[in-house]
Design a protein around this ligand. Structure first.
Ligand SMILES: [Zn+2]
Length: 353
């Protein structure tokens, strides 16, 4: 075919195409724009946000991408951290975490001995009452439930008391049920200052070092406490399963970091409390929560802990149980109970390790 013949052929093709599309004169079909994003706010299928790396290239690593999986679950935590509430979640733990609503109070765990996250619970001032003191303040009939608390079996009662100290009075202090062996008033340092008392920082139940000098007022009567007033030491409740998972035991101490930017705080020497009847949660009082800028439901990170030690477990007999109960003290958290001691402790309503 000569060059002239090729030119004529090209002309014929051009005329045929122009005849086929006379309106636009276009040889190629008009490009079609992709669909705009839908009303639900979902990114369109062609947007980068909707892509997973696995769609584009095969994943050669055994681990899935830590970028895209569960990004939706991580978003609330990251936004909260950006807004100055809570800490930025660790990358690996976030990528594989469950959605926020499903997480509950379970810590997000990782490797043995590594950091893990727990929910914070801020304890407001409250009082635990012995059965006798409850009757003296509110009459017979017992405590009634206002709402259940995170720790299994514990509840905020409908009943409240006023507390009167040498230099002040605080109304509406919530009773926490059920009734206990001994009455215990747990307040923050700022409350103590308002009341004019100087209670020690103590672990709940250790009343031998507590203060007295306040009067509780209920609708049916008043009682003056000669002891039982404490500022509860910060502590980490761990469910038995979580304690096992993190190689921690009742009586261990850990360091826990939490707080908003500028007030971020690491709490050292936090006592671990674990056993039946514990749900995983980090308890601070109101003063401590304010100091770090955190509130109930925020996330804290257990950053350091010693592996569980081998401890001598004190043997507790039935006689020991009676002696401890008479003094209003709890059983040692790691006690080894004889069968009769366990029966007696249960009959007295003492928490058994
Ligand atoms: Zn607690």
């Amino acid at each position: 075919m000569t060059n002239e013949e090729l030119d004529r052929l090209a002309d014929a093709i051009v005329r045929a195409l122009e005849k086929a599309a006379p309106a636009t004169g276009a040889w190629l079909p008009t490009p079609v724009r992709p669909e705009p994003p839908g009303p639900a706010g979902e990114p369109p299928a062609w947007a980068a946000a909707a892509q997973r790396l696995g769609d584009v290239a095969p994943i050669r690593h055994p681990e899935p991408s830590t970028h895209r999986d569960d990004i939706a679950a991580a978003t609330p935590d990251i936004r909260a951290a950006a807004a100055g509430q809570g800490t930025v979640p660790a990358r690996g733990s976030v990528a594989r975490s469950a959605p926020r609503a499903a997480r509950g109070h379970a810590p997000r765990s990782n490797a043995r001995g590594g950091a893990f996250q727990v929910s914070i619970g801020i304890s407001n001032r409250h009082v635990h009452l012995s059965a006798d003191d409850a009757t003296a303040l509110f009459g017979p009939g017992g405590l009634t439930t206002h709402r259940a608390l995170t720790q299994p079996g514990q509840f905020a009662a409908e009943q409240r008391v006023a507390v009167v100290g040498p230099s002040g009075r605080i109304e509406g202090i919530r009773v926490v049920g059920p009734a206990r062996g001994a009455t215990q008033l747990e307040i923050a340092m700022s409350d103590a200052a308002a009341l004019g008392v100087a209670p020690p920082v103590a672990n709940s139940g250790m009343l031998s070092t507590s203060a007295g000098g306040v009067t509780l007022e209920g609708p049916r009567g008043r009682i003056t406490l000669t002891r039982g007033v404490i500022v509860a030491a910060r502590h980490l409740h761990l469910s038995p399963a979580d304690a096992r998972r993190h190689h921690l035991a009742d009586g261990d101490t850990v360091a826990i970091r939490c707080g908003v930017a500028g007030r971020e705080t690491t709490w050292h020497g936090v006592l671990v409390r674990s056993g039946d009847g514990h749900a995983t949660e980090f308890h601070l009082d109101v003063d401590e929560g304010r100091a770090a800028g955190v509130t109930t439901g925020d996330i804290a990170t257990v950053v350091a802990h010693a592996p569980a030690r081998t401890r001598a477990r004190p043997l507790v007999t039935e006689h020991d149980v009676l002696r401890l109960a008479a003094r209003g003290e709890p059983l040692p958290p790691n006690a080894l109970l004889t069968p009769s001691a366990r029966d007696r402790a249960r009959a007295l309503g003492l928490a058994t390790p």
